[in-house]
Design a protein around this ligand. Structure first.
Ligand code: ADP
Ligand code: MG
Length: 683
């Protein structure tokens, strides 16, 4: 069967139809392929059903039983309780649901039902809030699809039950039982992989546990191979198919700039600058990732790279994820480039319409050399006359699409992307696998380790006093909250409300400022400038200051509800202090004592390297959470796990890149199918 038919709407699969299709869309299922790739998240072996008397207390178990009686009541705390008594030949058990009174209409005495849940023991056997499935003995497909086999269990959404989805999935697997296999034969042989057909059938309706394993193996490999093939193609594409700009720069500009800097570049900075310079002066398109921990001095490297491009007569675009950071870059760069006759522009969504259209005009006519901005830069109506270099700061806050959009505003401009989120090497391969990597692996001399404390909210007075001491010594402080405004749903302190309280009651002798994402651009600007110029002693803020902000005199940071932030976020936040020569202190306030919270805060206390922290964070939270929603490749992964399947990832990566190096990879056959199937949909 042709692959294209897999891209037909899932609406036409037997059992779907227009109404169910709307519901499937809620699950992200639009095409037949989406449906086939909506894999079960677990299985239940219903070949032999557990007897009630054999159920193991404390474990997740499934069993079949008959409804003997049912009852609804209210507990003293007004929670509603719905309970049914169940039995089989040898035993009795109660199923209990809290706050789901409507369930009472779902069961009749005499119904046969399959349950799945954690078995407990309290005045007899119980199972609380179990999943359940009513058996329909009149249904001819009962035994073939829903019972007497290893049964797939899917994630669901409102409006569709386990059985309905299972039946649809069963039909899809049968209708598409001869899908073409696009994985190259040699690779399939090499790893002894089963065909796509068999894999799709067995992942949904396996005959044995071994069949599940073999199906998973095939699908995991294929998924990672597709990911890496895309990376390999992207890399090949701009290395060989695009002609990049060969900058012929006039050296004095850069040399003068370096001489005027108030500090000496570190060895690491010099090394990465020379790597970038090599790329710029070659005719290949630069696609380089600059990785360096918080505070390692990436901005100055970016400026020097920009100067190279500028000296060759090109324009440069620098994109940052937040307005506050774009503003700061603008200001820092403006100051450093004073006397260099370089025209700069700042483009964010906050500037006024008229100013904006003037600015866009100037960019278009090359009346501006360096444009610094936020996402506003990638809007449709922004176009450059002679864009030579694109720099993206804090790349992990953007995705591949934004990267590409900015890149496409020039004719094969060189690209430098920067990030402080260090990630384990193998993972870096899969997100940044198409890029060359430069690493700044030292901090400027004289930086001191930041002392980190973890306290409960009872100690908050002490923390405030400590802040006052530091401010009296001439330092500045940040206080960070997870919310801007108080929310009804969450019992959390919020920046606005705490600003009122702290500025009046606690720090009344000092100047307190407030900064959050909902403020207007010009207001944010004012506050940041005042803080930078030491006109504000204590800045109350939210996560808006997470990335990039650079105020060397700030020496204390207090973070409330620290458990609400990811470790890499905490590391980035903490990176706002310890930027000068002063001893710096980070106080994490958290009263949440869950094991995970404790583990994470312990990591923050102990580690100061962003690399180590990121590794721990990744282990604690998993890659999806770790990278946020935007990273290409991660959300799309349906079955592979970049950490657990790392060994396969490495193999798949090698296989994919080999395909490009051993033969000339073009879009024409014999690679056409490979290209269409694996790459086209990923780029
Ligand atoms: P990040 O890598 O986190 O973006 P920045 O570029 O903001 O770091 O640099 C942090 C601070 O260190 C800035 O104030 C910058 O001026 C300063 N800095 C950068 N390079 C050096 C250096 N070689 N020596 C001393 N200070 C430096
Ligand atoms: Mg930075």
């Amino acid at each position: 069967m042709n692959q294209d038919s897999l891209l037909n709407s899932a609406q036409f699969i037997k059992g779907v139809g227009p109404k169910k299709f709307q519901i499937l869309m809620q699950l992200g299922i639009q095409t037949t392929k989406d449906l086939l790739y909506h894999f079960p998240y677990r299985y239940e072996d219903r070949r032999r059903q557990n007897q009630i008397k054999d159920l193991k207390v404390g474990q997740m178990q499934s069993f079949t039983a008959e409804v003997l009686a049912k009852a609804s009541r209210r507990a003293r705390n007004r929670r509603s309780i719905f309970q049914i008594a169940l039995g089989d030949e040898g035993g009795r058990i109660d199923a209990i649901w809290f706050n789901q009174p409507y369930l009472k209409d779902n069961f009749k005495v005499g119904d046969k039902v399959i349950f799945y849940g954690k078995i407990s023991m309290r005045k007899g056997l119980q199972v609380i809030n179990p999943e359940y499935e009513l058996i329909d003995e009149d249904d001819a497909s009962e035994d073939t699809i829903h019972t007497k086999r290893i049964v797939p269990i899917y994630s669901l959404t409102k409006g569709i039950g386990q059985r309905a989805l299972r039946r649809i999935s069963y039909n899809a697997v049968n209708e598409f039982s001869n899908v073409l296999d696009n994985l190259p034969e040699p690779l399939r042989k090499k790893y002894n992989l089963i065909t796509l057909n068999k894999a799709l059938r067995d992942i949904h309706f396996p005959k044995s546990n071994e069949a599940i394993d073999a199906a998973r193996k095939r699908l995991i490999y294929e998924e990672l191979f597709a990911l890496e093939l895309t990376m390999a193609w992207r890399k090949y594409n701009y290395k060989h198919l695009h002609k990049g700009i060969k900058f012929s720069f006039k050296k004095p500009l850069v040399d003068t700039f370096i001489k005027k800097l108030p500090f000496k570049l570190t060895q690491s900075q010099k090394k990465v600058i020379s790597e970038i310079k090599n790329d710029l002066s070659s005719s290949q398109c630069m696609q380089r990732l600059l990785q360096g921990d918080v505070g390692s001095g990436k901005t100055v490297v970016a400026i020097i790279s920009a100067l190279y491009a500028l000296s060759a007569g090109y324009q440069v675009a620098l994109m940052a994820p937040t307005e506050v950071l774009a503003l700061q870059h603008y200001r820092v760069i403006d100051k450093l480039l004073k006397g260099f006759k370089i025209k700069m522009g700042l483009l964010t969504s906050q500037i006024k319409k008229k100013e904006k259209s003037e600015l866009i005009n100037k960019i278009n006519n090359h009346k501006i050399d360096v444009v610094i901005g936020t996402h506003a830069l990638i809007q449709e109506n922004v176009s450059f006359k002679k864009l030579g270099l694109v720099i993206i700061d804090e790349q992990h806050k953007f995705g591949v699409i934004q990267r590409d959009t900015l890149y496409l505003k020039g004719e094969n401009p060189d690209l430098l992307i920067m990030t402080a989120t260090p990630i384990p090497r193998t993972l870096a391969y899969s997100i940044y696998g198409d890029l060359d990597v430069s690493v700044i692996d030292e901090l400027p001399a004289g930086r001191k380790k930041i002392t980190t404390w973890w306290v409960t909210k009872k100690k908050i007075e002490g923390a405030y006093n400590f802040i006052i001491e530091q401010v009296n010594e001439g330092r500045q402080a940040y206080i960070v909250y997870p919310l801007v405004e108080k929310s009804k749903k969450l019992e959390l302190k919020a920046a606005k409300e705490m600003y009122e309280h702290l500025s009046k009651d606690i720090f009344s002798k000092h100047t307190v400022g407030l900064l959050h994402g909902q403020m207007k651009g010009s207001e944010k600007d004012k506050v940041m400038l005042a803080f930078k110029n030491n006109k504000i002693d204590i800045l109350i803020s939210t996560i808006v200051i997470e990335v990039g902000i650079d105020v060397a005199n700030a020496s204390v940071m207090l973070i409330e509800h620290a458990e609400r932030f990811g470790l890499s976020q905490l590391h980035q936040l903490r990176g706002r202090i310890g930027r000068g020569s002063h001893e710096s202190y980070c106080i994490l306030v958290s009263s949440s004592l869950t094991d995970i919270a404790k583990r994470r805060l312990a990591v923050m206390k102990k580690e100061s390297s962003g690399f180590r922290i990121a590794e721990e964070d990744l282990i604690i939270r998993g890659p999806g959470e770790f990278f946020g929603n935007r990273q290409h490749g991660f959300n799309d992964l349906k079955i592979a796990d970049l950490i657990k399947d790392n060994v396969i990832l490495k193999k798949a990566r090698k296989d994919a890149f080999d395909l490009f190096s051993t033969s000339k990879f073009t879009e024409s056959s014999p690679y056409q199918t490979l290209f269409d199937y694996y790459i086209k949909q990923n780029i």
